[in-house]
Write a protein that binds this ligand. Sequence first.
Ligand code: MG
Length: 362
Amino acid sequence: MKITGFRLGLLSAPLRVPFRTALREVGHVEDIVVELYTSDGAVGRGEAPPTAAVTGETLGSIQAALAGHICPALVGREVSDLEELCSVISGSIVGNTSAKAAAEIAVWDLYGQACGLPLYKLLGGGRTALETDLTISVNDPETMAKDAAHAVAQGYRTLKIKVGENPDLDLARLRAVRAAAPEAVVRIDANQAWTPRQAVELLEAMQAEGLNLELVEQPVKARDLEGLAFVTAHSPVPVMADESVFSPLDAMTILQNHGADYINIKLMKCGGLSNALRIVSAAQVYGVECMIGCMLEAKVSVTAAVHLACAKGTITKVDLDGPALCSADPVVGGANFSGRDITLTDGPGLGISAVSNLRYLD
Ligand code: MG
């Protein structure tokens, strides 16, 4: 089975409410979907969101990288040669991790279909169910408390609270959230907003008040690995590296220096499933648990992340709420999202049969 062609399309899905972090505000999901076609009529699908604040990629750059560099290099190649396909994607252009992830997801989808197996089984997994947290956008404390109470009422047991936009408010935000959701597991994400010293002081104050935080994601600047290690060494709250870890090499650097307690793996940062698997293996060597995360993504690429998480026991935390934040789901098949519960069926590859309302870009 050979790859014979490709097409790119724009997937649009409105968010239920605007998504706000210390880095950006977004009102709807608008992602590039790549479809790879084969000689015997199969379609492999992948997806990439423009997350300029994190990966540097825009809709235009993703489209240009896929159409001009990545996909043409795949045409004419055998689907069965997965290793070679992934290496072609990786070598086709520098950077552009989300565009590469989209192409890789499509290639793995085709490979799974050719094998007649769902991706999680190809990856050696046996789980078919996960429980995700829900992200609460950064806002004034009252709004965040209301959002947290609403999330708990919907059945979410773990909340991921965005902080860091005007750090003076962060303690009051967490107090309000904790009062509104006394039983919830609360993890927080500062999205690089704090200085190392400020992070330690804030986290100490939060724990001293009994806010009982599970972990803090990316308290300091992505490139400040020394600062991240400082917070890890001194904070009463375990630290997770997110924006600091894109590649397997980034993960190794952090793991070797005990630069964080956990690693957040996102397909869009590392460039796809191959590198995600390398990060998982490295973390396993060091006995470090990982979270599987996503950007503001719809269900094509998040389904790939679900398959990965279902296959790897070292991924113990799940932050795959992208589809739950959307008010419409244009993807037919794939993982099933029902509140906090995510389940997989045994359809081959990703298990996706169609993406409706795709606006083709050619
Ligand atoms: Mg994060």
